[in-house]
Every structure is written in C-alpha cells, then in structure tokens.
Design a protein. Sequence first.
Length: 143
Amino acid sequence: MRKRFWVIVTAVVAVIIVLGTSLYFYYRPYVAFISMKPSDPIGSSYTELVSVADTYKSERFLPKSFTKNLNEFGKKNQEVFLEYTEQYKKPMNVHAKIEIKNGQTVVTYYGTVTAKDGQTEEYNKQLVFDFILTKKIPEMFKG
C-alpha cells in the first residue's frame, strides 16, 4: 500500500512539473528590442531607420503571428527607406519617432529632404501597425 502511494505521488508531481513547464514556455512573453540604425552623416545629410535588432528569448521558435508582425514591420520600413532614398537627393535630414497608441505601434519618419529639382521639402511619413512590437522604446525614439 505504501509503495503504491509513493508511485501515485511521484506520478502526480511529474505531471505537475511537465504541465507547469509547458505552460510557462507557452505563455512566456516575447519582447522585441528596437535599435536605431542611423546612416553616417555625410555633409549635412542624416537619416534614421528603425529596425528590430534582436528578440528576447529567441532561443526557441517564435509564434507565427509574432514572426508575421516582424516581417510586416521590416517590409514597411524598407519601403519608406527606399522611398526617401530613391525619390530625394542629399542633403536629407530624416528622423524617426515611435509611439504606442491604442494597442498599435506608430512609427513616424519626419524631417527635411531635398527634391530632385533642388527644393527643400518637409518629409512626414507615418506607419501604423496593428500590434505592439515592444513596450521598451529607446529614449532616442520618443520624439
């Protein structure tokens, strides 16, 4: 009787450990760290591009939804970068600001650019993502 009791207790403890570990890994939060990749200032030109540097707890697979969000973020940022590098010429002075509003990540690129005809123009482009990429926004992006 005593041996059976210890077998049952050991089995219950093993199930609790396996279940607890599984739930911990399943519900563990994912946090993306955002870093700034500025260009080297050339004369009076300076541009900033927001990019995801690394993901926290990346030693295991990321859920598809998180990977999809990272891909969307990267694609839209690349489009903005290509837009202001292909449609404008130097000097340009473009900065980035990140905000979290109503469950969305809002990235605003703003500053001045020089059109192909030499006219200086204000540049303002806002990207809105329907997810929060990170809650830890670096000070340099808090506009």
